[in-house]
Design a protein around this ligand. Structure first.
Ligand SMILES: [Zn+2]
Length: 304
C-alpha cells in the first residue's frame, strides 16, 4: 500500500517554540473565537485530527469524549501531560491517510493547521468523511494560497506561483497552501455541505502585532471573521461542513461505548480487534498494534 509522505512532528518542540514563545497569542485567540462560533454545543464523541500537544483540546467543552489523533507520539505525550489521563481523552498515534476507526463512529471531527501538511488532501478528507456518522460535522482549517500578501507578491513579480489557480502550492517541504475553491470542491464531492466559512488572521502582520495590543487585534479579527462568508483573502480559513449524503455502504454501526470497539485494523480494515493489554491484535491479518502508557499506536505494527 503506497501512501503519501507524512509530516512528522516526532521529538519536535513545536508547542513551545511556535505557540508558547513564538508570539502567536493573537493567532491562538482568534482560533478560540472561531471554534466557539463553529463547534456544535454538545456531542458524544469528537475526533481531533492533528491534535499535536492538545492546544485546542480544552476548547471542546460540550463533548463527552475526545479522541486526540496525531502522527507524532511525542506530541501526544505532551498532550497527555497537559490534559491528564482520563476516560474523557483517548490518545491515538496514527496516519491520517489510514484512520484506524470504524465507519460512522464520530459525530464531529476537527482538523486545524493539519491539512497544511497533507500532500494528498482529498485522500485525507475522504478518511474523515468515512469515520463521521450521518449528519456529522467537520470543522476544517486550511492555509489559504489566495491571501492578500501572496496576491501582491505575485502581481509585483516577487513570487513565481499564482495564488489564483486551484492546485495546492508546496512552499516548503510538506507545507501546503490551498485555494478556497479547491477545498470547497473536494468537500462537496465527498458529500459535505458547507454551512459556514470564517476567515482568520486578518492582522497577521509583524509590525501591527508589535505596535497594537493583542486584545484589540483579536477583537477586530473577530469582527472581520464573518466576512469569510463573502470572500476569503486571509492566510487562514475555517469552514464548518456537514455530511448531507452517506453512501449506503457507510450507514453507521451502532455506535459503541467501549473504546476497544472504536478501532479497526488500519492494515486490513477488520474490526473488532482483540485486546491483549500491551497491544491490540487483528484476528484477520494478525497484525499487532501497540498500546503503551495510554497511547494507542497504529503507525506500524509491532513484531509478533
Ligand atoms: Zn488486520
Amino acid at each position: 500500500m503506497t501512501n503519501p509522505p507524512v509530516c512528522n512532528y516526532e521529538g519536535s518542540d513545536y508547542q513551545t517554540s511556535f505557540w508558547d514563545k513564538g508570539g502567536r497569542e493573537y493567532e491562538d485567540r482568534t482560533e478560540a473565537i472561531a471554534l466557539k462560533r463553529l463547534l456544535p454545543k454538545s456531542g458524544r464523541l469528537l475526533l481531533e485530527l492533528g491534535a499535536g500537544a492538545g492546544r485546542n483540546t480544552p476548547r471542546y467543552l460540550g463533548f463527552d469524549r475526545i479522541v486526540l489523533l496525531d502522527y507524532s507520539r511525542t506530541q501526544l505525550e505532551q498532550a497527555q501531560q497537559r490534559l491528564g489521563k482520563s476516560d474523557r481523552y483517548i490518545y491515538v498515534a496514527a496516519d491520517a491517510y489510514r484512520l484506524p476507526f470504524i465507519a460512522g463512529l464520530f459525530d464531529t471531527a476537527t482538523m486545524i493547521r493539519t491539512l497544511h501538511h497533507m500532500a494528498d488532501a482529498p485522500k485525507a478528507l475522504r478518511q474523515v468523511k468515512n469515520v463521521l456518522g450521518s449528519g456529522g460535522v467537520f470543522i476544517l482549517e486550511f492555509a489559504n494560497k489566495l491571501n492578500l500578501k501572496a496576491i501582491f507578491r505575485f502581481l509585483l513579480g516577487r513570487q513565481k506561483w499564482s495564488p489564483f489557480t486551484l492546485e495546492p502550492v508546496e512552499f516548503a517541504r510538506l507545507n501546503f497552501d490551498f485555494h478556497p475553491k479547491a477545498v470547497r470542491n473536494w468537500l462537496q464531492d465527498l458529500g459535505f455541505a458547507i454551512e459556514k466559512t470564517l476567515t482568520l488572521s486578518h492582522f497577521r502582520v509583524g509590525f501591527l502585532k508589535r505596535i497594537m495590543p493583542t486584545s484589540i487585534l483579536v477583537f477586530l479579527d473577530s469582527l472581520f471573521q464573518w466576512t469569510g462568508a463573502c470572500w476569503q483573502l486571509t492566510p487562514s480559513v475555517f469552514v464548518r461542513a456537514k455530511i448531507v449524503r452517506l453512501d449506503p455502504s457507510r450507514i453507521p454501526h451502532d455506535r459503541p461505548d467501549h473504546v476497544l470497539f472504536f478501532f479497526k485494523c488500519p492494515n486490513c480494515g477488520h474490526s473488532p480487534l482483540m485486546d491483549e493489554k500491551e497491544y491490540l491484535e487483528c484476528p484477520s491479518c494478525k497484525k499487532r498494534w501497540e498500546v503503551r502508557d495510554g497511547i494507542y499506536d497504529f503507525r506500524e505494527p509491532i513484531k509478533n
